[in-house]
Design a protein around this ligand. Structure first.
Ligand code: UDP
Ligand code: MG
Length: 321
């Protein structure tokens, strides 16, 4: 049992989710191939190690670029999904597709924002016996002021809600094969890998790097997608909003008791002031609270609905292997 999964020169797959990345994918692959070659020549990784690009239903020439790279060097392999399923699902498709043929997998974005030279350090940590190596950004110099603060708020909120995510870590990480095997047993449709990986356990380490600006192309995470991603993160891992509803309900109930006592007292003492405000304000107040509560419950109901359907998280179109 001991450390049989640990290998001298582990076989590595680098999984790269790509969505409309024609502007940058060529350069990314050239740089990645360079790192892989260096690692192979120093015997840090197995000769059969490879890069696995997952084309997440791109509408530009991304798949052609991947095919061209594959023809030039079979170290580059690829998977084309039949439709755009989002970053997390594309990543999962890659992880699950390669897990049987490798010892460890590194996931990295297609835009070279993460420092791919850190791959060397990740492999070193893996050889030391760590199953998970998180790539953690040192600072967010390349991000806009808004992204910087919104991200910090997001991490704080997640922690306050009890979700164990690693501060300033996105999806640049190494995981061992047994972590991916464990991951495959999580059947959820609303996938938030940053929350799930720390839940799995095993020995984990972090390496630190400078996050750069996108090499080319545009971000695929506009504000709307970012907010929906953060909200998914909260509602997929925490029932705190539901508890909040209960707490608000309880407080209102107590307040209503006090109000009733006061009304009764006023009537008995003869302080009858039949005002419009005192009638209408509670209606607005209670109405607002009720709608908010129904909304939050609806959010979870929607989640349950999606999970119960258990639709496939991705559909494969073709593979270059
Ligand atoms: N991505 C994807 N599917 C999507 C959106 C994004 O596979 O629907 C990929 C994208 O190609 C990139 C990674 O996810 O490799 C992260 O996206 P991006 O760099 O646009 O996000 P940001 O770094 O701006 O948060
Ligand atoms: Mg990016």
């Amino acid at each position: 049992m001991a450390d049989e999964w640990k290998k001298e020169s582990p076989k590595l797959a680098v999984v790269v989710p790509c969505y409309n990345e024609e502007a940058v994918i060529g350069e990314t692959l050239t740089e990645l191939l360079d790192v892989i070659k260096r690692l192979k020549s120093s015997s840090a990784i197995d000769e059969g190690s490879f890069i696995y690009c997952v084309d997440d239903g791109s509408r530009d020439r991304t798949w052609d670029c991947i095919s061209d790279a594959h023809s030039g060097d079979a170290t580059v392999k690829g998977l084309k999904l039949a439709a755009n399923k989002g970053h997390q699902n594309a990543l999962l498709a890659g992880l699950l597709s390669v897990r049987d043929s490798v010892d460890c997998i590194i996931s990295v974005d297609a835009d070279l924002q993460d420092d791919i030279n850190s791959i060397v350090d990740m492999i070193e940590k893996f050889s030391e016996g760590y199953d998970i190596v998180y790539g953690v950004r040192k600072k967010r110099a390349a991000d806009s002021v808004f992204k910087h603060y919104s991200a910090a708020l997001f991490y704080k909120m997640m922690h306050a809600l009890g979700v164990k995510i690693i501060y300033n870590h996105a999806d640049f990480r190494l995981i061992s094969r047994r972590v991916v095997d464990s991951l495959s047993t999580f059947g959820e449709v609303n996938l938030f890998l940053r929350g799930i990986i720390p839940l799995i356990g095993f020995r984990a380490a972090s390496i630190f790097y400078e996050r750069k600006a996108r090499k080319a192309g545009k971000t695929k995470y506009p504000l709307k997608k970012m907010l929906s991603f953060a909200w998914d993160g909260v509602t997929s891992f925490s029932v705190a909003p539901l508890r909040l509803v209960t707490a608000v309900g309880a407080i209102i109930f107590l307040a209503t008791l006090a109000m009733s006592a006061w009304a009764l007292y006023s009537k008995i003492v003869g302080l009858v002031l039949p005002g419009w405000t005192s009638t209408v304000l509670p209606i607005y107040f209670i109405g607002g609270i009720q709608v908010m509560c129904i909304g939050i419950i609806g959010e979870y109901l929607g989640k349950i609905y999606m999970e119960v359907k258990a639709r496939p998280r991705y559909i494969k179109d073709m593979e270059l292997f």
